[in-house]
Ligand binder design. Structure first.
Ligand SMILES: N[C@@H](CCC[C@H](N)C(=O)O)C(=O)O
Length: 269
């Protein structure tokens, strides 16, 4: 069976999108996402996105990391899907309902409310998620925020100087994080402006992470080192994140369709 796909990206965080809203696909087999995501033997991507019908929202967005794991949220893919859909929509995700609003060259997305309770991150045991008494090498005293998916955030003097490829895997898989974790390293770039690098759970270093930008901006506002709206500069470019205490997070930024094609389902299942 030949299956159409759309290759998209948000600030260089790239996706294969399968649109099964009108024509159903077979169940997604295990290993399917990591085989498709392989940059030498597959199409290549950071995340596989599958759109399906929803009973509660306009449609459902499923997210698979390049290691094959199915996860709850993806900020950059939300903007890409908004561009693809072309009109406002409420979308069911594993992390809760989000609201898409396409804009010229990208989208604005209401990502829902952040969670700060230790067991909502989740962490393995109780602690203050605004000042965690833990550390790995030169990184310590992080914050943790769940924005649909779990994030730990380290503020450092120079985020560009941290070898996240070396330290990210150990933090991602530390037993403190029973569902693993996305690892964010940020520094202050100016007034309400952060520099951010992200080691993504299940995908490694990416050029941008939308939920990472949301979690880091929220953490910075909570810590009192930035005020909303916050500009977050990632290796792939800038996102604008707005959040007030008690409210939902609004993420605004670009999204791009790269190309379309088809692949043979059986070659990857
Ligand atoms: N790239 C995404 C996040 C994708 C999921 C993440 N790796 C996880 O496992 O939670 C984004 O733009 O938010």
């Amino acid at each position: 069976m030949r299956v159409p796909f759309i290759k998209m990206h948000g600030l260089g965080n790239d996706f294969i999108v399968l649109d099964a809203r009108e024509t159903a696909l077979p169940a997604i087999p295990s290993n399917f996402a990591n085989r498709l995501a392989d940059r030498r033997e597959g199409i290549g991507c950071d995340q596989l996105i599958v759109l399906e019908p929803s009973d509660t929202c306009d449609f459902r967005m499923r997210i698979f990391n390049s290691d094959g794991s199915e996860v709850e949220a993806c900020g950059n893919a939300s903007r890409a899907v908004a561009l693809l859909h072309g009109q406002p929509a409420k979308v069911e995700t594993g992390g809760g309902a989000i609201t898409l609003e396409p804009a010229t060259g990208g989208a604005s997305v209401d990502m829902g409310s952040p969670k700060f309770e230790w067991d909502a991150i989740p962490l393995a045991y109780a602690m203050d998620t605004a000042n965690m008494p833990v550390g790995w090498d030169m990184l310590d005293a992080p914050m943790a925020v769940n924005v649909g998916n779990p994030h730990v955030i380290f503020f450092t003097d120079d985020a560009d100087a941290v070898d996240l490829a070396a330290i990210g895997p150990a933090i991602e898989t530390d037993p403190l994080f029973p569902e693993r974790i996305n690892v964010n390293v940020a520094s202050i770039a100016g007034d309400n402006h952060l520099t951010l690098h992200v080691w993504e759970r299940g995908a490694g270093l990416t050029r941008a992470c939308g939920t990472g930008a949301c979690a880091t901006a929220v953490a910075a506002i909570r810590k009192g080192i930035a005020k909303s709206p916050v500009t977050v500069t990632l290796p792939g470019g800038d996102l604008n994140i707005a959040w007030e205490q008690g409210g939902t997070i609004r993420m605004t930024g670009p999204a791009t369709e790269a190309f379309r094609g088809t692949f043979e389902w059986d070659d990857y299942s």
